[in-house]
Write a new protein. Structure first.
Length: 206
């Protein structure tokens, strides 16, 4: 863990903060990165997080945290986790996403989320969820653009009293999951039940 993801290095000639910037993406390395995340997140998100919350995510899923840098300056981050949901699905979760105001609108937020989702797919996730304030049109548009759909409205979800949307992205089924479902379908056929009857007519409840 901790090696640079270095997934994308782009030279940008006209990218806002300076005439020529070098935007690149880096995976979380160690506790030294913690203050960078706290600075970025505390500045922008309405919800206050304790250091224990940050450590919960970063110690358990360091590979699901990425930064965007302009040269030596960090200006964006995403913090996520993934675990089993009710013993049925592997669920990825985007906990925090922030891009400094000076760098918004350049698809950096989308790129950070995509990098985390790629890791989640590698880890066998079936779906990704997150919450966003119903008034956060920027975030809602970003996630909609990545294929997320509104799953639920959560009443007064945030400490500031604002409602949230739970957004969900269904990922392509892994080979393992397909094999598991095929085995279930075969067992049902042996019992004389049409697979569609129990799998909701082909719609798989994850
Ligand atoms: C939300 C946030 C991360 C977006 O970062 P970003 O790098 O500017 O987003 P992107 O450039 O990847 O935008 C992706 C899409 O969303 C749209 N979008 C982003 N912010 C928008 C805004 N404020 N209003 C309207 N559309 C917006 C972009 O136009 C783009 O749409 P397109 O694909 O049709 O061009 C950033 O505004 C931010 O840090 N906000 C404060 C923290 C926050 O709200 N985090 C999300 C918590 S759920």
């Amino acid at each position: 863990m901790g090696e640079q993801a270095a997934a994308c290095v782009e030279e940008r000639q006209e990218s806002g903060a300076s005439a020529s910037t070098s935007i690149h993406y880096v995976q979380y390395k160690d506790e030294d990165d913690l203050t960078i995340i706290m600075d970025l997140v505390d500045k922008e998100l309405s919800e206050p997080y304790s250091i224990f919350t940050y450590r919960y995510f970063l110690h358990n899923w360091p590979h699901l945290c990425f930064f965007a840098y302009d040269g030596d300056t960090p200006f964006g981050t995403v913090v996520c986790k993934m675990d089993s949901h009710r013993g049925q699905a592997m669920r990825g979760y985007v906990a925090m996403l922030v891009v400094d105001k000076a760098y918004r609108g350049k698809r950096v937020g989308s790129e950070l989320v995509k990098m985390a989702i790629r890791e989640m797919i590698k880890g066998g996730c079936d779906e990704v969820v997150l919450e966003a304030e119903v008034v956060n049109t920027g975030a809602l548009k970003l996630y909609q653009g990545l294929g997320f759909v509104r799953d639920k409205r959560l009443h007064r979800y945030y400490l500031n009293g604002v409602d949230a949307y739970r957004l969900k992205l269904l990922l392509p089924l892994s080979e393992e999951k397909l094999a598991e479902l095929a085995a279930q379908a075969e067992a049902l056929e042996l019992e004389g039940v049409a697979p569609g009857d129990s799998l909701g007519g082909g719609v798989v409840e994850l």
